[in-house]
Structures are given as structure tokens and as C-alpha cells.
Design a binder for this molecule. Structure first.
Ligand code: COA
Length: 149
């Protein structure tokens, strides 16, 4: 398995994985094109083994970072891929002086919440009706007290 920075050639694969992984809050191709070409804060990593099957998109904002998207194609979940991507992303963040990482996650997304907790994230608040479909989000943060495994 290889973790690497995504290139523009990965765009269509990421858009396809995105549709499968985020049925309610799908970023379309235009939004991903913006991430690749115009968002100076965006960092996109992919995981591949013969082909790309997982990605993470995060923003570096000086001493803070925001995890925007992380997804692993369904048949390959729960085999450590999400952890590999998150660990690599957090390594890059720490190398860039990040002291606090922020994210929002659906309150019913047990898998993602458990993944983030494993890496030292804590739920700090519930944002009611945060998503377009009316679902609540937890805001989770990592403040540097715990090291990524
Ligand atoms: C969240 C997601 C990226 C996790 O990726 P993954 O490759 O399955 O995660 P890992 O195999 O590295 O799991 C790491 C830990 O997360 C937790 N976890 C992952 N999936 C879980 C599940 N289905 N149930 C409970 N805990 C789970 C466990 O603590 C697990 O450690 P363990 O296997 O040693 O118990 C994946 O489920 C996914 O793509 N979901 C759809 C997209 C999404 O919701 N992204 C998050 C948006 S905020």
C-alpha cells in the first residue's frame, strides 16, 4: 500500500469514491477541482494498491488544521486504511506546526467517531442540524495532548 499526494489525474477516481462514500454531502467534480487547483490550504492524500481506494482531504491553516474528508471504499474498510491516511495527514500537520485539528462528523457515524477517538480527538460540541439533510454533527478536536498512533 502506498500513501501519496493526490495529483490532478486522481480527480475522477476521487469524485467516484466520494459519491459512494458521502451520499448526502457529496462534493461534486467542480468542488474537487477547486480543492486541487485553487484552494491554497488543501492537502489531498490517496492510498493505493494497484488502484486508488481511499483519500483524505485536509486544510492547513497555520497552527490549525481542518479535516474535511476521509473515505475508504466500502469493501476495504476496517482493514486499517483510514488509520494509515489519518496518521500520515497528522504527521504532515505536526511537521507544519499544527497545534489543533478540527472536524465535524455526523452524530450517527459511529465508525468515523471511533476512528477519530482512537487518534485522540474529543467531542467538544453538538451542532444541531449542521448538515443539509438536517442531521446533527459533533465537532471534534485534537489539541496535541495525545500523539497519533
Ligand atoms: C470512517 C472510515 C474512513 C474509516 O476507515 P477504515 O479504513 O474503515 O478505518 P480503520 O480500519 O483504520 O479503523 C480504525 C479504527 O476506527 C474504528 N472503526 C472503524 N470502522 C468501524 C466500525 N465500522 N465500527 C466501529 N469502529 C470502527 C475502530 O476503532 C478501528 O480500529 P480497530 O479496527 O482496531 O477496532 C470509513 O468507515 C469510511 O470511509 N466511511 C465513509 C466515509 C465517512 O463517513 N468518512 C468520515 C466523514 S467525517
Amino acid at each position: 500500500m502506498i500513501v501519496r499526494y493526490a495529483t490532478y489525474e486522481d480527480l475522477n477516481t476521487i469524485v467516484a469514491l466520494e459519491k459512494l462514500s458521502f451520499p448526502f454531502t457529496t462534493w461534486n467534480k467542480t468542488q474537487w477541482e477547486y480543492e486541487f487547483k485553487e484552494n491554497p490550504c488543501a492537502h489531498i492524500l490517496v492510498l493505493e494498491e494497484s488502484k486508488v481506494f481511499a483519500y483524505i482531504d485536509f486544510w492547513l491553516l497555520y497552527e490549525q488544521a481542518e479535516i474535511c474528508k476521509i473515505a475508504v471504499v466500502e469493501p476495504l474498510r476496517r482493514k486499517g486504511a483510514g488509520s494509515i491516511l489519518l496518521k500520515e495527514a497528522m504527521k504532515i500537520m505536526l511537521e507544519n506546526g499544527v497545534e489543533r485539528i478540527n472536524l465535524e462528523v455526523r452524530t450517527n457515524n459511529y465508525a468515523a467517531i471511533e476512528l477519530y477517538k482512537k487518534f485522540g480527538f474529543e467531542i467538544v460540541q453538538t451542532k444541531e442540524k449542521y448538515y443539509e439533510d438536517g442531521q446533527d454533527a459533533y465537532q471534534m478536536i485534537w489539541k496535541g495532548e495525545t500523539c497519533p498512533r
